[in-house]
Design a protein around this ligand. Sequence first.
Ligand SMILES: Cc1cc2nc3c(=O)[nH]c(=O)nc-3n(C[C@H](O)[C@H](O)[C@H](O)COP(=O)(O)O)c2cc1C
Length: 403
Amino acid sequence: MSAPTFCAYNLHDLRELARRRLPRGVFEFYDRGTEDEVALANNRAPFERIKLDPHLLVDVSRRSQSVTLFGERHQMPLAIAPTGSAGLGWYKGELALARAAAAAGVPFTLATGSMTPMEELAEQAGGTLWFQLYMWPDRALSHRLVERAQAAGFRALMVTIDSPVPPSREYNLHNGFTVPFCFTRRNVVDVLRHPRWLLGTLARYLVTSGMPRYENYPTEMKQRITALPMGRSMQLNDSLTWDDLRDLRRIWPHALIAKGVLSARDARLAADAGADGVVVSNHGGRVVDSTRAPIEVLPQVVDAVGHRVEVLVDSGFRRGADVVKALALGARAVLTGRPTLFGTAIGGEPGAARALTLFREEIERTLALIGCATIDQLGPQYLSLPPDIVPPARRRAPESMSV
Ligand SMILES: Cc1cc2nc3c(=O)[nH]c(=O)nc-3n(C[C@H](O)[C@H](O)[C@H](O)COP(=O)(O)O)c2cc1C
């Protein structure tokens, strides 16, 4: 039997389907940015200014998009970004998404703020699993979480370094959506208008494990968490420094990735602190509302540290051609956040698989159309760039450098 398409023929279709299935509070939490959403809109803008330059009459009959990330071979130059609360869109959504990632041959990153316990996910998902860490104010508790991730078999630790305090996302307050979920007059009406989500997701939690909550928090912390608007409920640490990354380097034996870098300076500091990789990211426009788009910063980061660490990028990637542009600018791979979340929210594992299939087919088609057979041949020669985006002077590091 062929895989379901959900009548979604691009990633925008998946978003629209998710908008219809999810209560407004959950959909907006997934979809929107921070404050006036300037960064969110700007993340897409550079993709329109970066053009592709096709090379014609090239034999592209043997195409490959497989890539080595931190020493492991994967089928696509993609990884699933950490998204806290993926389990709110679909019952055990993290598990569904992780299984789809394993089947597609891409790494899955479990967020600290996920609703599936990491041990359960590691047992049931398969594939390459990475763990995302938000450091809590109590560093010792965070280090214990890291030890749990290591014991459970996670292959990389992705430390998010762009969030010393919670961002301001006022729509969550308007919508009255909180974690743990609590009923208010406003969100009851919202939920009743979305019976498929009510019965298929919320009711299933209620009859099994109770209200969805942050399952990886230590028991003592879980009990202390009162309902807060989504996105505010994480307890963040505003005293972190590069020494904290160095401490994590000492206790974590596998790949260490710093997520949220937006300058060559910070990329160098991350590499100096022992990171094996950086993610150039503005959190999908969800943290600081006036940053440059990561794709604009990417070439500078590749120039600064691409010979020392693996450079990944995310925020705003909605087409295979966007991924091809980032690889041509020196990224090793792209993280996808919302597209695979929306896929999961409309159909669990097959829905997430649909998002990944769309990416794979579009990357494949774009490679053929620009006359490039394999992604390691991609470079600025396939791009026509606006004056403000200067391609990296250095090429990406050879794959043999991987840890
Ligand atoms: C609903 C949602 C939850 C997120 N939660 C986290 C998180 O817990 N930790 C983190 O580092 N990034 C988180 N992010 C950011 C993503 O990891 C990623 O940087 C971003 O989604 C990429 O942009 P894109 O959604 O346009 O692909 C979240 C993003 C979304 C949409």
